[in-house]
Every structure is written in C-alpha cells, then in structure tokens.
Design a protein around this ligand. Sequence first.
Ligand code: SAM
Length: 215
Amino acid sequence: MTMGDDRLDWIFDDSSALEKRYDEWAATYDADHDRWGWRGPDLAATAAMRHIEIDDATASIVDAGCGTGKAGIALRRAGWAGRLVGVDLSQGMLDRASSLGVYDELVRGSLDDVPLADGRAIAVVSTGVFTHGHVGGHALAELCRITRPGGVVVVTRRLDLPDDFAHHADRLSRAGAWEEVARSEPERLHPDRDDTEQVVITWRVGAGAIADEGS
Ligand SMILES: C[S@@+](CC[C@H](N)C(=O)[O-])C[C@H]1O[C@@H](n2cnc3c(N)ncnc32)[C@H](O)[C@@H]1O
C-alpha cells in the first residue's frame, strides 16, 4: 500500500481528528488525487454550469468542502467568471486553495453549520465530501439553505455508504425545498484507486420550507 492509500484509509477510519489530518495531508493531497484520476470536480463543475439559469453578475458559487481547490479550478475551466467562495474545515487545505488565486473568498467552517447567509449562492458544489467519516446527510439542508430559490446544489456521492444521505435528500424534496433534476450514471470517480462507484446529483432549489428539523 502506498503512503497516499494509507492516508485515505485512516481518514475514513476515524473522523474525530479529521481537521488535523487534512491539515497534514494538504501538501500531498493534490498529487495523490491526480494519481488516482479524481474526476469529481470536473463532473460536478460541468453539471453546475449546465443547470445554472439565473443571470446575475453578483451571484456566487460556493464550493462546500473545497479542500485544495480542485472544484474551484474546474469551475473556472468550465467558464464560471463570477464570485467563487470556498468553505472548509481545514486551514491547511484552505491555504492551498488560497494559493491558486481562483477563489474570491475562503471561509473556515463546518458544513454542519455553514457560516454563510441564507440564499447566498446561485449554486453550491460539493465534491468528495459526502463520504466515510466526513459529512452526514443532515448537512444537505445547510447546502440547500445557502442556495437561493432557482439555484442548484451539485454533490458527488459514493454509493457504498450505508448512510442517511437518501433520507435527508428525500426529506428536502418532500418539503418542496428542492427537486432532483439530474443524476449521473454510477461510475468510478477514482478510477486509478479503487472500484467504488459514485454519482453526481443535481437539485434545483425551490421556495418550499424545510419542515420538521431533526426528522
Ligand atoms: C476528500 S476532500 C475533497 C476536497 C475537494 N472538494 C476535492 O474534491 O478535491 C474532503 C474535504 O472536506 C473537508 N471536510 C470534511 N468534513 C468537513 C466538514 N464537516 N465541514 C467542512 N469541510 C469538511 C475536508 O477538510 C477536506 O478538505
């Protein structure tokens, strides 16, 4: 097993020190993910650009769990010229993202309680975050909250997780808070690391209330 594989596994095995561990991984994260052929950021950026409908030069895209900034680079490459805001738990990862010069604002914070105002984003993109020992399905409500009505939320999701993701996504749909508008075919988004299949899901945010928190 390579050093990079070790790191991915211990991050997945223990979430209690996730922030510190990403701080330590920040320097070599990009090299590991380039070697594994990580495709999530490109696919999510393409999906976001395809579904954004609001024409507003002041609008922001929020990269939730931005890490070293791979989705930020992908969004710029896909043509996003407006404001780009990154949020992440790890200052080490944010420092790497900052060095790219593609984000207008980088915020340290948790997706459990995103430190951004309601309706701040025209789109939220989150890649590689809804996975083992990272962020639970309950955080989908936060991504929905910071997106304005008519905007979109685009997330990569591993299919091997026995998690609460679908429960929370469906709850938001039933409440009229958002509607799923696209879902990619399952495929390997780390093709040179493992056989895990993932999907890219896009929801369009509506005006509906988010009922019954905690259900
Ligand atoms: C596998 S990396 C993905 C980074 C980037 N989005 C990408 O696709 O390369 C997961 C990122 O999520 C961040 N993260 C994990 N849990 C988080 C939480 N609760 N709130 C905010 N960020 C979190 C980590 O610090 C890390 O930067």
